[in-house]
Design a binder for this molecule. Structure first.
Ligand code: URA
Length: 211
């Protein structure tokens, strides 16, 4: 597993505003959207391209275009939906699939409750969107699901990560050079309820309210 922590003043500035308990939901959604676009710029660094001829107003030349099969973006329901627009803004030709996993609050284990993805992901580069890498259970379950269906590369984009969760993902995919986690920061720890400290609270609630 590869880890990329994006060290950039704009990323740190937006993350600080996201952490602020007084930031309201509309502002939180906008900031999350902007932050994902910045993370996505780094996360797509290895996206596969192929040569593509183009004629400028001056002369023909050869550029590149994103290679088929198209990348697939997989927001993890529900909080990952808050990252979708920011991601597809950078990768408008990507396909979008959905995976619904939620954390059982007593066992802290991930359970699947929805899936809208092709059965065959052979050769695909999958971008998993999940704002909080906390215990790592949801991310390990999601990445396993995608690799079992043939995904070539899986890049997880998380706004924040806990060291405990990163270790779980690292142990699960130690041998997989094609698994990458991109995040804005690695925080101190998890608390006894599985929340990231200092974190930003419950990302789903802050995006969409408590339902
Ligand atoms: N999920 C969240 O939304 N926040 C945390 O801190 C941990 C998991």
């Amino acid at each position: 597993m590869r880890l990329s922590v994006i060290d950039h003043p704009l990323v740190a500035h937006k993350l600080t505003a996201l952490r602020d308990r007084t930031t309201d939901s509309p502002t939180f959604r906008r900031l999350a959207d902007e932050l994902v676009t910045l993370l996505a710029y780094e996360a797509t660094r290895d996206v596969a391209v192929e040569p593509h001829p183009v004629t400028t107003p001056v002369a023909p030349t050869t550029g590149v275009r994103i290679r088929s099969p198209k990348p697939i973006v997989v927001p993890i329901l529900r909080a990952g939906l808050g990252m979708l627009d920011g991601m597809v803004r950078l990768l408008p030709t990507a396909e979008v699939g959905f995976l619904g996993l939620l954390r059982d609050e007593t066992t802290l284990q991930a359970k699947t409750y929805a899936n809208r993805l092709p059965d065959d992901l052979s050769g695909r580069h999958c971008f998993v969107l999940d704002p909080m890498l906390a215990t790592g259970g949801t991310l390990v379950a999601s990445i396993t699901y995608l690799l079992e269906r043939g995904a070539r590369d899986v890049t997880a984009i998380c706004l924040l990560a806990a060291p405990e969760g990163l270790e779980v993902v690292r142990q699960a995919f130690d041998a997989h050079a094609q698994v990458t986690v991109v995040t804005a920061a690695v925080d101190e720890r998890l608390d006894e309820n599985g929340y990231i400290v200092p974190g930003l609270g419950d990302a789903g609630d802050r995006l969409y309210g408590v339902v």
